[in-house]
Write a protein that binds this ligand. Structure first.
Ligand code: HEM
Length: 487
């Protein structure tokens, strides 16, 4: 039945044109353009709609409305927009991020959450984290030695982040060249899905024509080859009668059974190697770049903040005295506040889409069934009605008594989405960020590359919001401050 009420206001064409005029020109607007446009328009429009010929896009830029929609009305937006025809041809439909709310989605998500992301599994990878960190520190030291103390963090940090994820995914510490190739493959797959995002809004027949003209790249061979290699290792172990418990993401996927197609009703089936590779690619895509981009932003914010670095180094050092295991690291309130504030100030995913599976009402407006609902995270994080001085980087706001709540913003931060489809990897992301930030600051003192230089914090929207000019900073070994008298 129809809910009484009206559709959210449409942003006037004049405002959209003014916003578009300010964007770089492209023949087809990309997802990135939508994000940028939204960000510029959010203040006047906490909720708005754009009627397209075949569907409606709704944009929510207000945290209270977003929270209500995702958490209270959750089931109304429990799906994401189905992939467009050209992307469907890749035979990679079984993915957590895009599967409709149903059995396959539930099984795949549960497999990830209760497998790879479970506390015991995560703990198992402490060695891999140390290995990736050592790789990062070594690269930074050699860069600094070559360039008079100056480093560029982004390349090294994304390599370390991919190395760690590859270890979690394939159970193997890959050599540098293979990590680089994996990273490249994921970047290519991600940009293909970004550039075809708008296909999904076109009529089916046009999508079909486009899918004949343009073929989305299949899952990269390199990822399929890692899956096959892992299968061989497992078969060899079984032959040797060694029962091996699942040790990485791929292992859990080999063992998983999904409901099978209509042909064998009620039956179950295992995933094919290509499907497993697609799920691995999804894991890298969801976890890789945004973590390393967030790390770069956090470091950019603290390069010229000696006070922040010293406080963190001091608190970390005190904890490290007691063994310094990762669980202790996560209990340092200042570190947690710093990471959360970094994510708030520079959310790597500035918006995320959902799909309205039924008509619903929010903020006095009606969102029609079939609408794509975009949650505009960047606007919520920069909302002056919610945050005191939102453009300032102030970790203290997330400490008890800090004014903005001591529990990650008390529901005000939507960094990881919310509700039953919210990001399942938020804990892992925060762990990895805390781990890298704490060690980078414990190991080095960070300063602008040239004395007195201001860090350029301009943004550049690709699939993620990254630094337009990658961070360059000067590092030197940190001198220990804590004297024995403090212990
Ligand atoms: C800084 C890092 C990260 C950010 C900012 C981030 C952000 C997000 C956001 C905004 C969503 C959409 C949530 C929603 O619709 O409510 C999402 C979904 C998702 N994220 Fe993350 N994420 C991060 C790291 C990770 C990691 C480390 C993983 C590892 C497994 C991961 C896996 C996923 C998956 C599988 C989904 C889809 C969930 C579903 O549709 O059921 N993310 N993420």
């Amino acid at each position: 039945s129809t809910v009484a009420g009206k559709l959210p206001p449409t942003i006037p064409l004049s405002s959209i044109l003014a916003g578009l005029a300010a964007l770089p020109w492209r023949p087809l607007p990309s997802l990135a353009d939508v994000y940028l446009l939204l960000h510029r328009l959010h203040e006047s429009f906490p909720i708005s709609a754009l009627r397209l010929p075949l569907s409606t896009a709704v944009f929510i830029s207000d945290s209270a409305l977003a929270h209500h929609t995702l958490v209270v009305l959750g089931s109304a937006v429990a799906d994401r927009l189905p992939p467009s025809a050209p992307l469907r041809r890749q035979n990679i439909d079984e993915r957590i991020t895009v599967n409709p709310h149903g059995d396959s989605w539930r099984l795949l998500r549960r497999n990830l959450v209760s497998g790879l992301l479970s506390p015991s599994f995560v703990k198992q990878f402490a060695g891999a984290r140390r290995w990736a960190l050592d790789m990062l520190l070594a690269r930074l030291k050699s860069q600094a030695a070559e360039a008079g103390g100056v480093v560029r963090l982004s390349e090294s940090s994304s390599r370390a982040s991919y190395a760690l994820l590859a270890a979690m995914c394939f159970g193997e510490k890959l050599e540098d060249k293979k990590i680089m190739e994996t990273e490249l493959a994921i970047v290519q797959m991600t940009s293909a899905s970004v550039s075809t995002f708008f296909f999904a809004f076109l009529p089916g027949a046009i999508q079909q024509i486009l899918s004949n003209l343009w073929k989305a790249p299949a899952v990269a061979d390199i990822i399929v080859s890692f899956v096959k290699a892992r299968r061989r290792t497992r078969v060899a172990a079984f032959r040797g009668a060694r029962a091996i418990p699942p040790a990485c993401y791929v292992d859990t996927l080999f063992d998983l059974e999904l409901p099978s197609s209509e042909r064998e009703e009620g039956g179950r089936r295992n995933l094919s190697e290509e499907e497993i590779a697609a799920l691995c690619a999804e894991f890298f895509g969801a976890a890789g770049h945004n973590t390393s981009i967030a790390l770069e932003w956090i470091m950019a914010e603290i390069v010229d903040r000696r006070d922040v670095q010293e406080r963190l180094a001091m608190e970390t050092e005190l904890i490290m005295k007691n063994n310094g295991d990762e669980e202790e690291l996560l209990r340092i309130p200042y570190l947690r506040a710093l990471v959360t504030e970094g994510l708030r100030r520079h959310p790597p995913s500035p918006a995320f889409p959902r799909y309205a599976t039924k008509e619903f009402e929010v903020g006095g407006f009606v969102v029609p069934k079939g609408a794509t609902v975009f949650f505009n995270v960047a606007s919520m994080c920069a909302d002056g009605n919610v945050w005191e001085e939102p453009l300032e980087f102030r970790p203290e706001r997330f400490l008890a008594g800090g004014g903005d709540g001591d529990n990650g913003g008390g529901g005000k931060v939507m960094l990881f989405g919310a509700g039953n489809r919210g990001c399942p990897g938020s804990g892992l992301a925060v762990l990895h960020l805390s781990y890298f930030v704490a060690h980078l600051v414990k190991e080095f003192e960070w300063q602008p590359a040239a004395a007195g230089e201001k860090i350029d914090k301009s943004e550049k929207m690709e699939f993620f919001m990254r630094m337009k000019n990658p961070l360059r900073a000067r590092i030197s070994p940190r001198k220990k401050k804590i004297t024995s008298g403090l212990n």
